[in-house]
Design a protein around this ligand. Structure first.
Ligand code: ADP
Ligand code: MG
Ligand code: ZN
Length: 478
């Protein structure tokens, strides 16, 4: 995005992520997505008088895991607070959250920004319960309480983000890390990851932050980017016209692509936070944290370094392969079956992903088995086929998962590595095109390319490209 005049964009994100525990945070109700409305509720998650919450230990384990994966300090003592507000999808009238003593603080992650690698600092991660869902049908609004009490972590960043691209890069990296850590599916389309954008602008070089607005509940990367662009445009225009920014809570209309005011921003004291009386402070020890740390899987950054070191992969290719846990697992499964790991990495990161991307939703899947992918890489690696045949085969395999070795054998796709076979074809092409030699002699080097192209066509793309170029260079000079 281009910045208007000299206004700097300042964004901090609050991201809600559902933890994939079997049961809710304070009761034993199921968290399964998509069940019939209001079939997964009990007196505890409905907040009926006298019901007593008990903390689900799995929630703490997942939240600590997330905190460690995001480089946070894990507080040995934290506690829950009541955040009081009225909303139709919150029958309790309050939400149990963590306010002034959250579980995790002072973390961060690195994104690839325009200016290079950049760290986005994470202020805090706390645990809380989700609210229910409102379903609007015509003039009616229906309430589904199945989601009440589903465990969430809220990840809050420092106002370190300076463009919509950085915001999306942060969200993608965050999702990738949390999926790796196994704490959430982070499916934005199912609402298991949602994002609030806090945004202000200021004149370049100014040191104090401007007044911010907060745009609630964005449920895709694209909408997050659009909401930032549109709110940035709105705020700069207000300021340019001599107005002032009100601290407001906004919504983003996906139809019009515009932000609009929802309510004036509530302050912390509007919520009348107080320590949750029914849940004792959460005290965890070093041993517990160490156990969780040791059980953490290899995370994308470490994985990337290992790919570069062990397989000699290019930085960009390695970054692509580790960006999605399922993709990395696919690559590793195939890499075990071929020596030509670098060729494999290129085939997957460029050719395969181009085909997959067109159909891609949230996580990587491939119609080509890792066995067949490995065979294809070996065929290229041992020079049985050239790369243009490999590309054609790959797109065929994408439609139908055939064994590339069979296809090469049955259809005679093997690369022609034989000088004696190529030489007559080069001579033929030179006779067909008598100007080529003259052009070449006159310094027009592209004339050789035309001959190479012609012989490639004569062999249906099967000629060994470097051998063919050598023969053409020799013959065209004669
Ligand atoms: P709350 O929204 O609950 O009042 P905070 O005051 O902690 O919470 O701020 C929440 C988010 O707003 C954080 O991500 C923070 O980085 C961001 N933020 C705070 N001030 C600004 C600002 N002036 N401009 C942009 N983002 C801001
Ligand atoms: Mg907020
Ligand atoms: Zn319940």
């Amino acid at each position: 995005m281009k910045l208007i005049d000299d206004y700097e964009l300042v964004v901090g994100l609050e991201v809600h992520v559902e933890l994939k525990t079997e049961t809710k945070i304070f009761c034993a109700c199921s968290t399964r997505f998509g069940a019939r409305p209001n079939t997964q509720c009990c007196p505890v998650c409905m907040g009926l008088p006298g019901a007593m919450p008990t903390l689900n230990e799995k929630t703490v384990e997942y939240a600590v895991r997330a905190g460690l994966a995001l480089d946070c300090r894990i507080n040995r003592v934290s506690h829950f607070d009541r955040k009081n507000y009225f909303y139709p999808d919150l029958p309790k009238g309050y939400q149990i959250s963590q306010y002034d003593e959250p579980l995790c603080e002072q973390g961060g992650l690195e994104i690839a920004a325009e200016s290079g690698e950049k760290r986005i600092r994470i202020t805090r991660i706390h645990m809380e319960e989700d609210a229910g869902k409102l379903i609007h049908e015509g003039n009616d609004t229906l309430i589904d309480c199945n989601r009440c009490g589903v465990p969430l972590i809220e990840i809050v960043t420092e106002p370190d983000i300076r463009s919509p691209e950085e915001a999306v890069a942060f969200l993608k990296k965050l999702r990738s890390i949390l999926v790796y850590a196994g704490v959430s599916d982070c499916r934005m389309n199912e609402g298991s990851m949602r994002c609030d954008v806090n945004l202000s602008v200021r004149k370049l070089g100014e040191s104090t932050l401007g007044t911010r607005t907060e745009i609630k509940n964005l449920n895709s990367f694209a909408f997050t980017a659009k909401a930032i662009e549109s709110e940035y445009a709105r705020q700069t225009e207000v300021l340019e016209n001599g107005g002032i920014i009100e601290q407001e809570t906004m919504r983003f209309d996906t139809q019009t692509g515009k932000t609009s005011a929802m309510r004036s921003k509530e302050n912390a004291n509007d919520y009348r936070f107080f320590p949750e009386p029914d849940i004792p402070p959460l005290v965890i020890d070093d041993g517990y944290i160490e156990l969780i740390r040791r059980a953490l899987p290899e995370l994308p950054n470490e994985k990337k370094k290992r790919y570069q070191k062990d397989f000699g992969l290019h930085n960009d290719i390695a970054s692509v392969l580790v960006s999605d846990r399922a993709l990395a697992e696919y690559f590793e499964a195939a890499a075990k079956l071929t020596e030509h790991k670098k060729i494999l990495s290129n085939l997957i990161a460029t050719e395969l992903l181009r085909l997959v991307d067109a159909q891609r939703n949230d996580t990587f899947t491939s119609p080509i088995s890792s066995e067949n992918m490995a065979k294809l890489a070996s065929l290229v690696g041992d020079e049985t086929i050239n790369s243009s045949t490999a590309k054609k085969l790959l797109s065929e395999m994408f439609d139908k998962d055939i064994d590339p070795c069979d296809a090469v054998r049955e259809r005679g796709l093997a690369q022609i590595n034989d000088r004696e076979a190529l030489l007559p074809l080069v001579c033929q092409a030179l006779t067909e095109n008598p100007r080529a030699k003259k052009d070449y002699a006159a310094g027009k080097k592209f004339a050789a390319k035309a001959i190479v192209g012609r012989v490639m066509a004569l062999t249906s793309g099967r000629a060994n490209p470097s051998l063919l170029s050598n023969i053409v260079e020799e013959e065209i000079k004669k």
